[in-house]
Design a protein around this ligand. Sequence first.
Ligand code: ACO
Length: 316
Amino acid sequence: MKILGTGSAHPSKTVTNDMLEHFLDTSDEWIRTRTGIRQRQLITDEKLEDIAVSAAQKALDRAGISPKDLDFIICSNVVNEYITPALSCIIQGKLGAECPCIDLNGACAGFIYSLDIAESYLSSKSDINNILIVCAEEPTRMVDWADRGTCVLFGDGAGAVVVGKGDNVKSIRLSTTSKQESLYQQRKLQDTPFITKDEAHGPLVMNGQEVFKLAVSSSLRDIKGVISDSHLTENDVDHFLLHQANIRIIDTIRQSLNQDKDKFPNNIDKYGNTSSASIPILLDELNSRNELRRGDKIVLSAFGAGFTTGACLLYW
Ligand code: ACO
């Protein structure tokens, strides 16, 4: 598999840390020093599918491919306004594509899981040549906006890549460790005349410190795994693109790997945590600024609710 094009899109509303101080017992200083976040883009009147289509269209344009040339669409998403149909089906229609589609809920690691599925399809199915992966997320609709421990962390957005047959992806590692209690959100389903159990309904619940520790240990394991699979060392890697959840998590991983700051590009200050969209958004920013050279070795690594984790080593 190789990446043929990248794209990203964001809602238009910018919400700075100062703006949160008006209705939350928080401060710009606390949020910046504990997370690295200065502002985030939030959905107001936009629909997530339109932001997703915008990111996807940019990736298609960059790849020089029309929507009709797509053979498969994978949409990584945790929540959106539709329970059914899948968001990928809505995106397919708005793009004018005609291929089969699936949604995948791998939480914040969804982009790496999507890459793995795309790699399997491209290597095993001769009639599949072009796959769109679009990660579209609105985590700001999951949190309680009176809970300063979670709502300050997230932003909305979409990142997309078009992938095709090639030999640039060298290794992908995935893991899942069931840990519901550390990070979850429950919703109540429609009542029926037969339901007798109690069902919970509420915002995202997170044990921040536990997630922090899990994120660091699992990311280090995954990153070292894909590097050793490729017979390389940490020093051979040109760019580490990590899930943008907290700059302190990124810095802790970087220090453990004993690498320079400039190998760990980040944009968490501008967007906060956009769940599975965070890595493809960052990838698109670097690509748009021509900061990726042909042959550069790139490690992607993410973790999320589940607890799902994954890493990928690819050559640009
Ligand atoms: N503003 C001011 N004070 C706050 C805020 C806030 N926004 N949030 C929490 N505090 C307070 C707490 O109430 C607590 O106060 P207390 O000491 O009086 O009880 C104090 O700050 C310290 O709280 P901690 O939770 O210990 O702060 P910590 O340094 O652990 O930082 C954070 C919290 C930022 C959530 C951190 O634990 C973290 O980033 N964890 C990982 C989270 C993560 O990655 N989530 C996403 C993962 S998966 C996905 O992407 C969906």
